[in-house]
Ligand binder design. Sequence first.
Ligand code: SF4
Ligand code: FES
Length: 235
Amino acid sequence: MSEKIKFTIDGKTCTADKGTNIVDAAKANSIYIPTLCHLEGVKPAGSCRICNVKINGRFMTACTTDVAEGMVIENNTPEIKELRNIIVETLFVSGNHFCPACEKSGNCELQALGYRFQMMVPRFPYEFEEKVVDALSTKIFIDRNRCVLCKRCVRSIKSKDGKSIFAYYGRGHKAIINIDHALANKMTDEEAQKAMDNCPVGSILKKERGFSQPIGSRKYDKKAIGSEIEQTVNV
Ligand code: SF4
Ligand code: FES
């Protein structure tokens, strides 16, 4: 039997198995910690920092940190909420996220976080960057102008022999995701759909199918992101 760990989140006493990261441990105790780059079952990368919490007074990413006995975690404080707002607003201005025209609208985690955090207008200027859209693969295309560089595609989508179909290329502002076209062309429809689903935004899209599920009936159109974890949504 696995060892149980006792800790608190915003003063609530919680328990979880030893070796559980804070995001999953919070979830097991009906507490939502926002995430974007984290994908359940995939090794965390800690790249978006939206899951920042304070542990014993220090900021740390909840997806890459395991719970420990007696840990005091702050999640839902004005300071942390403000930090998360800044991260979401920064992501919105650094890409071209025109939600009404995006196939992922209603299923997009960034859009859903914007709604949940009640973001109206970002406080930062839009960058309107123009990155090359790669439509050379037969099953998928990638609109890099929407990419939040979460690396979910790199970490979770592999070819049958375990090779990476997506790769992170470049540094800083010039960083992009590249596709191995030869491998991508061998993807089945299911694999192409999985790549689209695993992308938290509308950067990877499956070709030849669009808006098959009407806007208004999609995952986050009716329920706030995180509401499946907690009963009361604390914005
Ligand atoms: S293409 Fe999508 S899944 Fe891949 S890094 Fe960009 S946002 Fe993340
Ligand atoms: S969800 Fe933890 S750093 Fe992105």
